[in-house]
Design a protein around this ligand. Structure first.
Ligand code: AMP
Length: 279
């Protein structure tokens, strides 16, 4: 695996690649969720490029930028073992040089759900992803369904700028308890992990309720809340149902394929998860 430590190395290294390129952007501290994206890209494209960059623009001052887990050597070894072709590990100055100009793309989804709790988050995400896509020029972009709103916003941004890139959405990878893998899970104590495992279990109860014919969004949400660990119920940021295509919040009956999305604080750690509700 070739490692590019700056833009010049990246440009030189990929300039003559005349093949289908798959790109997997990450913030490192890789787990099996990230690895599944790389595996899919390796299967479906000719060359796979990953990136590791902890993007300061998507963290608010009160968030965990400074303690965000870092494991660069382990990450590199994992990707080498997988057979990933290239890894881009840019510096802050590579991504945000002095003359950097932000794009002014703001989707109608920037301010809802995650965006209402993390107001500058999606602006930070679109800035970094746009910049990375302009540097890497992939044909395919691999993103996880775990970050469903991010996936939708990036897809909309790619459409907006008519970028010739196909977004590939990858399934959520979970641990044995059902907890969605996240770099932030390393912050959880054993007891918090146990509490956190009730998030997916409760999503499944709610989905079962839906699969058994209940189409009322408020009933489905109640089922989630009833099954969640008591400590966590007090710490729900949101539990909402959105139309899977438009991502608009569904308040009444669920008529189309939808997503049940949740964000919950477990101790000091904020976790997100979701399941599909397929009509
Ligand atoms: P991050 O490093 O958190 O920015 O995540 C990089 C990519 O990995 C994003 O597209 C995430 O949606 C995806 N991802 C993170 N966790 C998981 C997971 N448990 N299953 C599948 N994809 C994931």
């Amino acid at each position: 695996m070739k490692i590019f430590r700056n833009n010049a190395e990246l440009m030189q290294g990929i300039q003559n690649l005349n093949c289908k390129i798959g790109f997997v952007p990450t913030m490192g501290a890789l787990h099996s969720g990230h690895i599944s994206l790389f595996k899919q890209s390796l299967l479906e494209t000719d060359k796979t490029i990953g990136s590791i960059f902890v993007n300061p623009k998507q963290f608010s001052p009160s968030e965990d930028l400074n303690r965000y887990p870092k494991n660069l050597n382990t990450d590199i070894n994992q990707l080498k073992d997988l057979g990933v072709d290239y890894l881009f590990v840019p510096s802050i100055d590579d991504i945000y040089p002095d003359n950097f100009e932000e794009i002014d793309y703001i989707s109608d989804l920037h301010g809802i759900l995650e965006g209402s709790f993390r107001p500058s988050h999606f602006n930070g995400v679109v800035q970094v992803v746009y910049r990375l896509l302009k540097l890497v020029h992939p044909d395919y972009l691999y993103l996880g369904k775990k970050d469903a709103q991010q996936l939708k916003i990036i897809s909309k941004m790619i459409d907006h700028y008519k970028m010739p890139i196909k977004v590939k959405s990858c399934e959520i990878i979970r641990d044995q308890s059902g907890l969605a893998l996240s770099s932030r899970n390393t912050y959880l104590s054993t007891q918090e992990k146990l509490q956190a495992s009730t998030i997916y279990k409760s999503l499944c109860y709610a989905r079962n309720h839906f699969d058994n014919g209940n189409r009322s969004s408020s009933e489905i949400i109640k089922t989630f809340e009833k099954n969640l660990n008591d400590q966590l119920v007090k710490n729900i940021d949101y539990v909402s149902i959105v139309d899977e295509t438009t991502f608009m919040i569904t308040n009444g009956n669920i008529e189309n394929n939808a997503l049940l999305l949740v964000a919950v604080k477990v101790g000091a750690t904020r976790l997100i998860d979701n399941v599909e509700l397929l009509v």
